[in-house]
Write a protein of this length. Structure first.
Length: 336
């Protein structure tokens, strides 16, 4: 079964809606956060959380659906409140992390040796994560360890929206963004990786568009079991890594409550040295290798969802268009 245009369109609409924020409201939020400090500002998260829970709407319905899947039971009021509060807390902490106020947080890193081993080769790496936890916590680890610079890959429209948000939240923050969808983006990305840089990409949303199809040739959407039911995942990010012959590492920055974050790095695949073919020529990574890496990504995403269930921040029907609970892992859609 293939991903329907309606389900893919819903995901695309949510992405645009979630990244679009009122600049004036964000500036007010920044002023409150900086003026009152983190401890006092966090008190405001409780009425904000309560408002969204009482207001309901599609996002809250999606939250209940996700919690039911990940917890294996009907979520109670505390579960629902904690899910929304975690999301609000990470949004607030984004202000402080972008400002470089790392001393406010306890950020533990797991698997940094894995990332160091990959980067030691000097060809850079793709860091693939999802809308699970905080990407800013990942950047904090990189800054604190003096590690490689991280550039965020995203569609051009979302890149512009993110830059507007960053200017409102933290005008002095420096965040490298490579906007996909431009002809020169591939050259910019290649040069960034060749210099030992890291390219971060959130790979848990399936969007129809010219990229990654234009960048990778044939991006495919796979229905893979996720929390008990098949969901649509694109192999585009992995095809991009395979095209540029780079290693891929899973990343996530889980919020554990209070001021605690835990960042994880797990190797996914290494497309930098494909197996040599007859005659000494190197062949491109196979579809099977790309699909295996994607399945590993989905498995790690599910594992960390179960470890920290309140960190899932895809507030839309993630399983829309699913063929059902049966195994549909070989169904896919070739997007041109």
């Amino acid at each position: 079964m293939s991903a329907t245009p309606e389900s893919a369109g819903n995901a695309a609409a949510w992405t645009t809606q979630a990244e679009r924020s009122n600049a004036s409201a964000l500036r007010i939020m920044r002023w409150i956060a900086v003026t009152l400090g983190r401890r006092l500002t966090r008190l405001l998260l409780h009425p904000i959380t309560l408002y969204f829970l009482l207001a309901g709407g599609p996002a809250m319905h999606a939250s209940v659906d996700y919690l039911r899947r990940v917890l294996g039971r009907a979520p109670g009021w505390r579960d629902r409140y904690g899910h929304v509060h975690h999301f609000a807390a990470t949004i607030l902490d984004r202000v402080y992390l972008l400002r470089g106020d790392f001393d406010l947080f306890q950020i533990d890193a797991v698997g940094t040796d894995n990332l160091d081993d990959v980067l030691r080769a000097g060809r850079g790496a793709f860091l693939l994560g999802g809308h699970l936890g905080s990407f800013e916590a990942l950047r904090a680890v990189g800054v604190q360890r003096g590690g490689a610079s991280v550039a965020m890959l995203m569609y051009e429209q979302n890149a512009q929206l993110l830059m507007h948000m960053l200017r409102a939240l933290a005008p002095d923050a420096v965040l490298r963004i490579i906007g996909l969808g431009r002809m020169e983006a591939m050259l910019e990305l290649r040069d960034w990786l060749d210099a030992g840089g890291v390219a971060g990409l959130l790979a848990d949303r399936t969007l129809l568009g010219p990229v990654p199809a234009a960048a990778t040739g044939r991006s495919r959407t796979h229905w893979i079991d996720f929390l008990g039911q098949p969901a649509a995942f694109s192999d585009g990010p992995f095809r991009l890594a395979a095209l540029l012959r780079r290693p891929v590492v899973f990343m996530t920055g889980l919020y554990l409550g209070g001021n605690r974050y835990q960042v994880h790095f797990v190797p996914l695949a290494d497309f930098s040295d494909p197996v040599g073919a007859a005659g000494g020529f190197k062949r491109a990574p196979s579809d099977a290798a790309i699909e295996a890496a994607l399945r590993c990504f989905v498995g790690l995403l599910e594992q960390h969802c179960r470890q920290a269930p309140r960190n899932w921040f895809n507030f839309f029907d993630f399983w829309a268009g699913s063929p059902g609970p049966q195994d549909a892992t070989h169904a896919r859609h070739d997007s041109q």
